[in-house]
Design a protein around this ligand. Structure first.
Ligand code: HEM
Length: 390
């Protein structure tokens, strides 16, 4: 086994972030596990090959609870009342909360949102100017409005919600991020008090009786954040893939049933999420060829796994008709994305609506990318929509 102290750590520098596909290809070839430095300088273990990433996602020895960390990288730091969320918890507490939320987040509830998602998509598409930025005008407002519909948030509050979540998730200024976190917390606390006082038929009202205030607050916070950034980036990245392939766009307009496999291929090939949530081994574990001490931080590179030739034939080729597509864009195991059916609905309806209305849309300039070690997506996507159709 190589001595980890002898291995130079990987840095997520500008070269890495500008071309993560290439950087991960080099790392994957060199080995399944690497030492790396997170942007805040903490030491982490970076897992790059499909087999180890997938096994790690389902491995109960890799805890999501930072109580098991010996002090390395922790990710987003949250006030205690927002910390009791699914992505910070292990069994059995995770199992109990997940079961309760899962009871409310049913396929029926998601399917019931379909007309609302279609209405929001249509409304946003109709308001786009002939030359539009599809990120600002479409990919950003669509998921935030859907999540607000799910949580029973007044549409009038959506603008604030969006500014706060952007400041928290895509921070440019630490003071603004802290201030936004305080506002978000205050808003969610009063939302929850209102749901307890006068329950509706939204998801929060349904689970409220069985959760403590902190659990409910943490759940609302996680659904809002988890349900937002990933969908924005997958819509944007997906549109970049589609706009480069006019014949695929024509096929999707003619046969919308192809959208499902196209969305899976977008999630694999243009995965916005680079890394799963950080994990902490509860005992020393061997991953690939490295023994990782308990308490260290392990990061599973989902986007790298998606380009692993041992799991996908011609992994760098975008193939909307790929038969088997066992991507891990929604994770794997006990923390598998609770919102995956809603995400699929938003992506299929969101992309389908634009293709149907603007079958001749084309890029008006190069998209601008926003890259961090955690995620990569389009920040702007200028297009010329070209004639409108119903
Ligand atoms: C394209 C969009 C999405 C992607 C790529 C995505 C990806 C993921 C991934 C990879 C995980 C597991 C993380 C890990 O194990 O480290 C996860 C968990 C989760 N996601 Fe999503 N997600 C998306 C959309 C959504 C939406 C729309 C919602 C809800 C409205 C949502 C809610 C959640 C929740 C609650 C969890 C935690 C599940 C648990 O810990 O048991 N996600 N997501």
């Amino acid at each position: 086994m190589p001595d980890p102290a002898q291995i130079d750590p990987v840095h997520f520098d500008a070269d890495f972030l500008n071309d993560p596909v290439c950087a991960y290809a080099r790392l994957r070839e060199a080995g399944p596990v690497h030492r790396a430095n997170s942007p805040d300088g903490a030491s982490i273990w970076l897992v790059t090959r499909y087999a180890e990433v997938k096994a790690g996602l389902g491995d109960p020895r890799l805890s999501l609870d930072k109580a098991n960390s010996s002090g390395g990288y922790h990710g987003l730091s949250l006030p205690p009342a927002l910390d009791r969320n699914l992505l910070n918890l292990d069994a059995p507490e995770h199992t109990r909360l997940r079961r309760l939320l899962g009871r409310a987040f049913t396929p029926r509830r998601v399917e019931a949102l379909r007309p609302e998602v279609a209405r929001i998509a249509d409304e946003l598409a109709a308001a786009l100017p002939a030359e539009a930025d599809l990120v600002a005008g479409y990919a950003v407002p669509l998921p935030i409005r859907v999540i607000c519909a799910l949580l029973g948030v007044d549409p009038a509050d959506v603008t604030d919600f969006r500014a706060w979540t952007d400041a928290v998730l895509m921070p440019t200024d630490p003071d603004a991020a802290r201030e936004a976190m305080r506002s978000l917390y205050g808003y969610l606390a009063s939302l929850i008090a209102a749901k307890r006082a006068a329950p509706g038929d939204d998801l929060l009202s349904v689970v409220a009786p069985e959760l403590t205030d902190d659990e409910l607050l943490s759940a609302a916070f996680l659904l809002l954040l988890a349900g937002y950034e990933n969908v924005v980036y997958t819509l944007g990245n997906g549109l970049v893939e589609l706009l480069a392939r006019p014949s695929l766009c024509a096929s999707l307009v003619a046969s919308p049933s192809l959208l499902a496999s196209t969305v899976d291929e977008i999630l694999r090939h243009a995965s916005p999420l680079q890394l799963a949530i950080r994990r902490f081994p509860v005992e020393d574990v061997v991953i690939g060829d490295v023994e990782i001490p308990a308490g260290d931080t392990v990061m599973l590179a989902v986007a790298s796994a998606h380009r692993d030739p041992s799991a996908f034939a011609s992994p760098d080729t975008f193939d909307a008709n790929r038969g088997e597509n066992p991507h891990v864009a929604f994770g794997h195991g006990p923390h598998f994305c609770l919102g995956a059916p809603l995400a699929r609905l938003e992506l299929e309806v969101g992309l389908g609506t634009l293709l149907r209305r603007f079958p001749r849309m084309s890029l008006a300039g190069a998209p601008r990318w926003r890259s961090s070690f955690r995620s990569r997506g389009t920040a702007t996507l200028p297009v010329i929509l070209g004639g409108r159709e119903r």
